[in-house]
Design a protein around this ligand. Structure first.
Ligand SMILES: Nc1ncnc2c1ncn2[C@@H]1O[C@H](COP(=O)(O)OP(=O)(O)OP(=O)(O)O)[C@@H](O)[C@H]1O
Ligand SMILES: [Mg+2]
Length: 310
C-alpha cells in the first residue's frame, strides 16, 4: 500500500480537484483507492456527498474527526477502518474491479488541530505529545482492514499544522499541485524546506521517545509538482505561466511533464453530482480529461518505476 499526501500551503491551487480525479482515475484502472479528507473545509467530502447527506449519514459517526478525537481521549477511539464510506455515484462509474472509498472530513476538525497543538505543557512532555500526534495517522493506517487498498491519497488543508504534519509523516510520497504564479513558486521552496525539517525532527524524536513507539525511520519523497489551472495559447502555456514552471524546475524539484489546463466551466460545477471530471463520459473539453489521465500515468510511473500496474 502506498500512502501519498496531496499538499501545498497555498489555498485554492487545485489540491482537492487533483486528489478526487487522480483517485478516481486510478480506481478506474482497477486499483483500490482510499481517499482521506483532512481539510476541515471538507471540499473533497462535498465533492462526493451532498451537504445534507453528509450531515445525516456521516457527520456524527463517519468522519476523520473521530480518529483525532480518539487521540485526545475525548471519545472512545474509532479505528480508521471503521470510518470508511463508499461514495455511490463515483463508484457506479468505475469500469473494472477498482474501488474508490473515502474517509470524510468534519467542519470542526480545525478545533481539534488547535487543541492538539496547545493541549500539553512545555518541555519533554510537549515534545513527546507532539511526536505521538505526528505519528498517529501512520500508526492508524496500519489497520488490517485497510490492507486491501493499493493506495491511500490524503487531501491536506492549506496549512502546515499538526494534522497536516501527521499526513506527511504517514506518507511515502508527497504530491504538490501548484499554480504557475509568483507566490506559488515561492511557497514550493519553503514547503520543501519545512517538510525536510519536520521529517528530520520526527526521526530524531523517534529515537528519543522509543518508549512511545517502535522506532522506524520515515522518509517521504517528493513525487513532484503538478501544475494546475494553466492558461494555454495555441496549445502551449502562456509565457507568464511557462516562466514560473521553468523556475520551479530550476529549483531541482521534480515536475510532472503534463500540466492541467484551466477550465472553469468544467471544474466549477459538481455535476453530475459526485462524479469527478475524469470519470464523466460527456464533457465539453475532452483534452482536460486526457490531461488528467496523462498526469495519472506519470504519477503511477513515479510510484512504480517498473510499471507493474497499467
Ligand atoms: N484546472 C482547473 N481549472 C479551473 N478551475 C479549477 C481547476 N482546478 C480546480 N479548479 C477550481 O478552483 C477552485 C480551487 O480548487 P481546489 O478546491 O481543488 O483547490 P485546493 O488547493 O484544494 O483549495 P484549498 O486550499 O482551499 O483546499 C475550485 O473551485 C475548483 O473547482
Ligand atoms: Mg482543498
Amino acid at each position: 500500500m502506498y500512502v501519498v499526501s496531496v499538499i501545498n500551503y497555498k489555498g485554492g491551487v487545485g489540491k482537492t480537484t487533483m486528489t478526487a480525479n487522480l483517485g478516481a482515475e486510478l480506481a478506474n484502472r482497477g486499483m483500490k483507492v482510499l481517499l482521506i479528507d483532512l481539510d476541515p473545509q471538507a471540499s473533497l467530502t462535498f465533492s462526493f456527498y451532498e451537504p445534507d447527506d453528509w450531515r445525516d449519514r456521516l457527520r456524527d459517526e463517519r468522519t476523520v474527526k473521530r480518529w483525532y478525537d480518539g487521540l485526545r481521549g475525548d471519545d472512545p477511539a474509532a479505528s480508521l477502518g471503521e470510518l470508511v464510506v463508499t461514495p455511490g455515484p463515483a463508484n457506479a462509474h468505475l469500469k473494472g474491479a477498482g474501488r474508490l472509498d473515502l474517509i470524510a472530513s468534519h467542519l470542526q476538525l480545525v478545533d481539534i488541530d488547535l487543541a492538539l497543538a496547545r493541549g500539553v505543557a512545555d518541555g519533554d512532555e510537549y515534545d513527546a505529545e507532539l511526536f505521538r500526534v505526528r505519528g498517529s495517522l501512520a500508526e492508524g493506517l496500519h489497520d488490517a482492514t485497510l490492507d486491501p487498498y493499493d493506495l491511500v491519497l490524503i487531501d491536506c488543508p492549506p496549512n502546515f499544522n499538526v494534522v497536516t504534519q501527521s499526513a506527511i509523516i504517514a506518507s511515502d510520497h508527497l504530491l504538490i499541485p501548484a499554480k504557475a504564479d509568483y507566490l506559488s513558486t515561492l511557497g514550493i521552496d519553503y514547503l520543501h524546506g519545512n517538510v525536510r525539517e519536520l521529517v528530520d525532527r520526527y526521526n530524531a524524536d523517534s529515537r528519543r521517545f522509543a518508549r512511545i513507539r517502535r522506532h522506524h525511520k520515515v522518509a517521504p519523497g517528493i513525487a513532484g509538482v503538478v501544475f494546475t489551472m494553466i492558461q494555454l495559447m495555441a496549445q502551449r502555456p502562456i509565457a507568464a505561466h511557462q516562466g514560473y514552471m521553468d523556475q520551479v524546475r530550476a529549483l531541482g524539484v521534480p515536475v510532472f511533464p503534463t500540466a492541467l489546463r484551466e477550465n472553469v466551466t468544467l471544474f466549477a460545477a459538481n455535476t453530475p453530482r459526485g462524479v469527478p471530471v475524469v470519470l464523466r463520459d460527456r464533457i465539453t473539453n475532452p483534452a482536460v480529461r486526457d490531461e488528467l489521465r496523462q498526469i495519472t500515468t506519470e504519477f503511477l510511473a513515479h510510484l512504480q518505476p517498473e510499471g507493474a500496474v497499467a
